[in-house]
Structures are given as C-alpha cells and as structure tokens.
Design a protein around this ligand. Structure first.
Ligand SMILES: [Zn+2]
Length: 238
C-alpha cells in the first residue's frame, strides 16, 4: 500500500429532512436532485479526484505532495467557492421545476458545506477504484459532525489551517471538539457568506426549460413510484 500526503475534502448537501423523504415520490426526487447537484459540484473541482459518493456527500481528494504547501488553503477555498457556485446554479433549476412534491418545492432549503483536512493517507486500488485509508480519512469524516450553526461553511482542520501563510479571505472561527476514537481536535471554519463568492445572478430558467426539467424529474421518479427500484444509500463506515 502506497502512502502519501493527500488533501481530503467532503462536500456535503444538507437540508433534506426525514419528513421530506417519507413519501415515495419525494424520496425518488430527493435522490435525483442530490445526484444532479453532486455531479455539478464534483465537475466544478476538476483538480480533485472523486473517491466516493457517500449518501448526500461527495468525498474528494487530491495528492498534496506536489502542491505548494503555502497555497493549499487558498486552493482549497478557491475550489470550495467554485463548487458552491455550481451547487447554487443547479439548485436554481431544481427550485424552478414544476414538480409539486416536497423535495422539489423545498429545494431552496438545500445547503452545501465543506470539511477539509490534509494528512498522510494510504491508497489502495481495487478494480480501478482508488480507496483511501488511514486515521486522517476517519478524521475528515468525523469533522462532519460538529456544532457549527451557520448553514454554509468551509471547515479546515488545524493541520490544514496551519499551512496557510497568507491571510484568509474571511474571518476564521475556531471550533474545538472531542472526536470519537480520535480525541480533542481544533478546527477553523469560514462562513461562506464571508467569502468572495461570485456576485453574478443565478439563472432564470425560461418556462420551456422549467417544463423540460419537470419532465426529466417525472421520468426519473417513475420507476421508484412504481416500486421497481429501492433507494440505495451507501452508508459510510465512519
Ligand atoms: Zn419532485
């Protein structure tokens, strides 16, 4: 097993409640909407490799050995801003489709948050899929459970935060936690609202586009509504 330094990033969509998933059609549409949103988010960070889709989150990574250490945080924030923008553009299409189900009408409550860490990771390739293993992989996943109350943020582990030599583009707030199986850790989060996110307007889909999107989602929901498919939710082992 090869070991190297990797930048580990989880982009996690929040906002779908159990209530919204409690109806078959809503559940099917939650799955379709989440998949589309995650796809756009992943595409917006071409420097990162997709390691795994974990429920409503994407686990991405990039090898950090070749990165300029001082610039790693700046690069991370740049990627987060691009992913955040892609998420909100796509969310706008979901919000404006004409489906009356709960998950489509309430899609504007969906939020995107990030947790990021840098650490020594072992890699394993199984059937052309790269797997990352090690305590740092567990740590980045555990950081997802945190007491932060702002809806959208980028949480940097202390190891990553400490590599930044230039000032950050927004205030960093410290959070201290006792992570299960790891112990006390410190991390720092930036509120996305404080970051220089592009100010361009979100798309305003035409009625034709809205109808088109509605037909796509109605079509994707069909097998679920008929009970042919069961939702597959990969339960992360963290
Ligand atoms: Zn719907």
């Amino acid at each position: 097993m090869a070991s190297a330094r990797w930048l580990l990033l989880i982009a996690d969509i929040g906002g779908y409640t159990d209530y919204m998933r409690s109806h078959r059609m809503s559940l099917a549409h939650a799955e379709v909407n989440t998949a589309r949103l995650l796809e756009k988010v992943i595409d917006a960070a071409p420097g990162f490799e997709l390691i795994e889709i974990e429920g409503d989150a994407a686990f991405l990574a990039r090898q950090a050995d070749a990165l300029d250490t001082d610039a790693t945080v700046a690069l991370t924030l740049q990627a987060a801003i691009a992913m955040h923008r892609a998420f909100h553009v796509e969310r706008q299409y979901v919000v404006t489709n004409l489906c009356p189900c709960h998950t489509c009408t309430e899609a504007e409550n969906l939020k995107l948050k990030f947790v990021v860490h840098v650490g020594e990771v072992a890699t394993q390739t199984i059937r052309q899929r790269r797997k990352l293993v090690g305590i740092d992989v567990i740590l980045v996943h555990r950081l997802l459970k945190n007491p932060i109350t702002v809806p959208e943020y980028v949480l940097l582990s202390e190891e990553l935060y400490d590599t930044a030599s230039a000032p950050l583009p927004g205030p960093a707030h410290e959070v201290s936690q006792d992570l299960e199986g790891i112990g006390p850790v410190r991390a720092y989060f930036l509120d996305v609202a404080d970051l220089p996110v592009p100010a361009g307007p979100l798309p305003d889909p035409s009625m034709l586009e809205r109808v088109g999107r509605t037909l796509v989602i109605a079509g994707s929901g069909m097998p679920h509504m008929l009970g042919f498919r069961r939702r597959r939710r990969t339960a992360p082992a963290f």
